[in-house]
Write a protein that binds this ligand. Structure first.
Ligand code: CP
Ligand code: NVA
Length: 307
């Protein structure tokens, strides 16, 4: 049966830790000049209905590094659901390609595409979820902290977005001390939050107090206050979320060896200051790089291939 990666919970705890270790190995192998080509003759279709720098670049480069090929389709080329149905797109692409990577608005579109495709589908971000990002984040934490289990992470800002939701999904697989510092209006998706709490594996805190969120934390995480598709909301969010800006004053409440993460793109001076983003605790560019290696490991996992 084909495997998809639509959400973190498509993976077991062992899958996640294996993928992170394989991603570390792939990173090292690439740096040492080792060039295996397990994806030779494999073609991936990238369907992107939203903008992207990191996700598109890291999938295209990563697949090429492993000997595969990619073809990129923007919204105007596919017109999925308008020019033709999701069902028909899934069936046609399955006849040409070995893998589909999709970035879109409605998470259900990804679920439907995967249901009807005969090849693996990877969720490269929807309004609801961003699982590839969280795998890269977990790898980055592993790289800098030597572990991911029992690490404390403060996610600050828009608690209702795709990155927060995927962090909550990770908390059902890996024991974490996950604190979401946000406002009453931007709380996480209730179903996803309840699932994470009911899983009973992690300590989950939603707090409206930014200092409580970051106190003695290992990792402080920022994301934009208005995600793609809702940028018109930035003025109201800016007023609500200002106390959650990741600046040196707030960061001073974290552990001395705190690492700072941001999925990027950052709106500097809004959710994160230059002093923090370019400061000694920041690992944001390692984090961006790690998308490349973790996604290679995810693809090998979906194809049941070894590193
Ligand atoms: N972090 C991330 O997914 O970046 P892009 O939107 O540029 O792909
Ligand atoms: N929450 C952000 C993540 C970007 C990678 C967005 O969806 O725009």
């Amino acid at each position: 049966m084909k495997r998809d990666f639509l959400t973190i919970t498509d993976l077991t705890t062992k899958d996640i830790t294996d993928i992170i270790k394989n991603a570390m190995l792939l990173k090292q192998m690439w740096r040492m000049g080792q060039r295996p080509s397990p994806l030779e003759y494999k073609h991936a279709a990238l369907l992107f209905r939203k903008p992207s720098l990191r996700t598109r670049a890291s999938f295209e480069v990563g697949i090429h590094q492993l000997g595969g090929k990619t073809l990129f389709f923007s919204e105007k080329e596919i017109g999925m659901g308008k020019r033709e149905s999701v069902f028909d797109v899934a069936k046609v692409l399955s006849r040409y390609f070995d893998l589909i990577v999709i970035r879109t608005f409605d998470n259900n579109e990804v679920v439907q595409l995967a249901k009807h495709a005969e090849i693996p589908v990877i969720n490269a971000l929807t309004d609801l979820l961003h699982p590839c990002q969280i795998m890269g984040d977990a790898m980055t934490i592993f790289e800098h902290k030597g572990k991911i289990e029992d690490v404390s992470v403060a996610f600050l800002g828009d608690g209702g977005n795709n990155v927060t939701n995927s962090w909550l999904k990770l908390a059902t697989r890996i024991p974490l001390d996950l604190r979401i510092g946000t406002t009453n209006d931007r709380q996480p998706n209730q179903e996803i939050l309840e699932d994470a709490i009911n899983a009973g594996l992690s300590k989950i805190t939603v707090t409206f107090d930014p200092v409580e969120a970051v106190r003695d934390v290992d990792c402080a995480y920022a994301d934009v206050w208005a995600s793609m598709g809702e940028k018109d909301k930035i003025t109201e969010r800016e007023i609500m979320l200002r106390p959650f800006q990741l600046n040196n004053k707030l960061l001073s409440h974290a552990k001395n060896d705190v690492i700072v993460l941001h999925c990027l793109p950052a709106e500097r001076s809004r959710e994160i200051t230059d002093e923090v983003m370019d400061g000694p605790h920041s690992v944001v560019f390692d984090q961006a790089e790690n998308r490349l290696h973790v996604q290679k490991a995810i693809i090998l996992h979906l194809f049941n291939m070894c590193v």
